[in-house]
Design a binder for this molecule. Structure first.
Ligand SMILES: [Fe+2]
Length: 443
């Protein structure tokens, strides 16, 4: 329709008469006299309704109808056949027109029929558009179905992959647990082996002359206490304890005759040989698995704090801490075990004589704490005090050393006002270890 008007094509000898008949109705009329002209007009005007005479020059209205219907261009137009003469309408309907008139309709009735045909055409077009939309929706649904199928396949693949990955992780966890168990077992075996080796070496050492039974274990006990007192961690204290137990292992390579001699009987060559026994111990321990740390400690047992020892002449803190601790513990144990009634004051007097030259002064407080906690036999009491608690008359149970290792006051010093002032004065210049050991009871 154009601007609310129904487009009508009238074909036939009396086509022009419809202009008059439908004058005043909202219609736009084109006319054609015969079939060929009608086809051309139909293509040109795209009519909503075609009104065609049943008899055309050179053909029939029904033939024209077929022609029109074959042409997709105006397949949707309503087609009305006008067949004058009563009784022919039913016969014409079987030929395919939408409506057949006998030519006697009034203009009002004719328009209503035309409007109905036009509306049917409009409905048909709307139906066609709906069908197109449905087709498009169907295509979309098909595409979405295909996409869903693809996604489902992908999800299935992902699930399979996930299941495989989980299976792998489970297998890896089982393997990890198995390896952990093996490692634990091996570690237990190694620990057992290490303990066995230490017991064997200790027994061999104690079978040698001049190597008292229990000496290695005692030194290990003292060294372990000192290492813990100094705040070393479990790994370090373990290494020091084991090295202490085996510290005399080098003596296994020294002839018994030499071991029976007193140190003041050694010839220079023998003295050198005795000095070198920690190197032999190092070599022996390196021959076993799991003793590397202990071997490196034992190597330096004969270093001297002042730097004149063997084998490397290391000085002060360059000497491994473990070796410094064991050397002091060894010296203490040798002196303490040599006397059946050891006197702590006497023991420390002899130790103090070598502090700064052989032994590290910084380790003395730890040794004193050990001695206080484990008094050797019938010993006099030893008390730990802060340097600010010192009073005249107290007797030092250990020497007081500067941070650099210089002796400020020797062991057995009876404190005076002047000595206490000296300690305080020095402490301001070069802070001292705050802990001081004094003999006897204090008030
Ligand atoms: Fe020793």
């Amino acid at each position: 329709m154009t601007q609310g008007k129904i487009r009508i094509l009238c074909v036939g000898p009396s086509a022009v008469s419809y202009r008059d008949l439908l004058a005043g109705f909202p219609v736009e009329i084109s006319v054609a006299e015969e079939m060929t002209e009608g086809i051309g007009a139909a293509r040109r005007t795209d009519p909503d309704v075609i009104i065609c005479s049943a008899h055309l020059p050179g053909g029939t209205g029904e033939a024209f109808l077929r022609k029109v219907r074959e042409d997709d261009f105006f397949g949707g137009s309503g087609f009305a056949l006008v067949s004058p003469g009563t009784g022919e309408t039913d016969a014409h309907l079987s030929g395919g027109p939408d409506v057949v008139w006998d030519g006697s309709e009034t203009s009002g009735r004719l328009f209503r029929e035309i409007r109905l045909l036009a509306r049917l055409r409009g409905d048909g077009e709307a139906l066609a558009r709906s069908r197109e939309r449905l087709d498009a929706a169907a295509i979309l649904v098909r595409k979405q179905k295909a996409a869903l199928k693809k996604m489902k396949r992908a999800a299935l693949n992902d699930r399979t992959m996930l299941q495989n990955t989980l299976r792998q992780v489970t297998l890896m966890n089982a393997e990890r647990d198995r390896l952990r168990e093996e490692a634990t077992l091996l570690s237990r075996v190694n620990r057992g082996n290490r303990e066995g080796i230490m017991t064997l070496i200790s027994s061999l050492i104690e079978a040698k002359p001049g190597c008292p039974r229990g000496h290695g274990a005692n030194v290990a006990k003292i060294a372990l206490f000192m290492a813990r007192d100094l705040g070393l961690d479990a790994s370090e204290t373990g290494n020091i304890e084991r090295a202490a137990r085996l510290h005399e292992a080098g003596k296994l390579f020294i002839p018994d005759a030499l071991l029976r001699k007193s140190p003041d009987e050694y010839t220079p060559v023998e003295e050198e040989r005795m000095d070198a026994h920690p190197l032999k111990a190092e070599t022996l321990l390196m021959g076993f698995t799991g003793f590397k740390a202990e071997a490196s400690i034992v190597r330096h047992l004969h270093e001297r704090f002042e730097g004149t020892g063997v084998p490397d002449g290391l000085k002060k803190d360059r000497i491994p801490l473990g070796a410094r601790i064991i050397a002091l513990a060894d010296g203490y144990e040798e002196i303490a075990s040599a006397d059946s009634s050891p006197n702590l004051g006497e023991i420390f007097s002899r130790i103090e004589a070598r502090v700064g030259s052989r032994y590290d002064p910084k380790l003395m407080p730890a040794l004193h704490r050990y001695a206080a906690a484990h008094p050797p036999g019938d010993t006099e009491r030893c008390i730990e005090l802060s340097m600010f608690e010192l009073k005249p008359g107290y007797v030092l149970a250990s020497g007081i050393y500067t941070a650099l290792g210089a002796k400020l006051l020797p062991v057995n010093t009876v404190l005076t006002e002047a000595a206490i002032e000296r300690i305080a004065r020095y402490n301001k210049i070069d802070p001292l270890d705050e802990k001081v050991f004094v003999k006897g009871t204090v008030q």
